[in-house]
Design a protein around this ligand. Structure first.
Ligand code: GRF
Length: 194
């Protein structure tokens, strides 16, 4: 069983899907805390599942690095094996990323390296491509540049809006994130190494 801290900024539908999966006693990951940079709506999911929450707002710090140091302390307090960025909408400075290297992953709504950044769904539609998708990757110091763990395609349908496409992408994200964490947990577990 691995311990997971999830960081969010928004509605937290990926977080909710993970909380639901981890209700199953054979699911090999437990969410031990949920953190945010703001009063994110998704924190309510954590409260409902009686998971610890913390908010570290960058507005209260004089530099990004100071903010990240406090965010990191909150994360490390829970001694996670894995930290998941699930809609965390801040760029994390090097001091945070370096400290968690190899156990920090992000979910992104495109087939990276296509459509990096905060508007990946909109950008895919604007580019007129016929398919986009989901990428789960390790986080490095760049923006959406870390090593890719897994990807899954989503076809763009005629008449798709940013909302309808993102909804379909999120359905894929919910399954892929849970399955990927499950796989990483099995890789980390001592039994899997025997
Ligand atoms: C997801 O599409 C994720 O890929 C992106 O932000 C969105 C978060 O959605 N990084 P939610 O808050 O989990 O609903």
């Amino acid at each position: 069983m691995i311990s997971v801290v999830v960081l969010i900024s928004g509605s937290g539908s990926n977080l909710l899907a993970l909380l639901q999966k981890s209700e199953n006693p054979i699911y090999p990951a437990k969410i031990v805390a949920v953190g945010s940079d703001c009063d994110a709506a998704g924190l309510e999911h954590a409260e409902l599942y009686e998971v610890d929450t913390f908010v570290v707002n960058p507005a209260q710090f004089s530099s990004k690095e100071d903010w990240a140091t406090t965010l990191l302390a909150n994360v490390q307090h829970h001694q996670p094996d894995l930290v998941v960025l699930a809609g965390f909408m801040r760029i994390l400075p090097a001091n945070f990323v370096t400290a968690l290297k190899g156990k920090l992953i992000n979910i992104h709504p495109s087939l990276l390296p296509e459509f990096k950044g905060a508007h990946a769904v909109r950008d895919a539609l604007a580019a007129g491509v016929t398919k986009t998708g989901v990428t789960i990757h390790y986080v490095d110091e760049g923006i959406d540049t870390g090593d890719i763990i897994v990807q899954s395609e989503v076809l763009i349908e005629p008449g798709d809006s940013e909302r309808t496409l993102h909804e379909r992408i999120k359905k894929v994200e919910h399954e892929l994130l849970a399955a990927t964490i499950e796989q990483l947990a099995h890789q980390q577990s001592p039994v899997a190494k025997l």
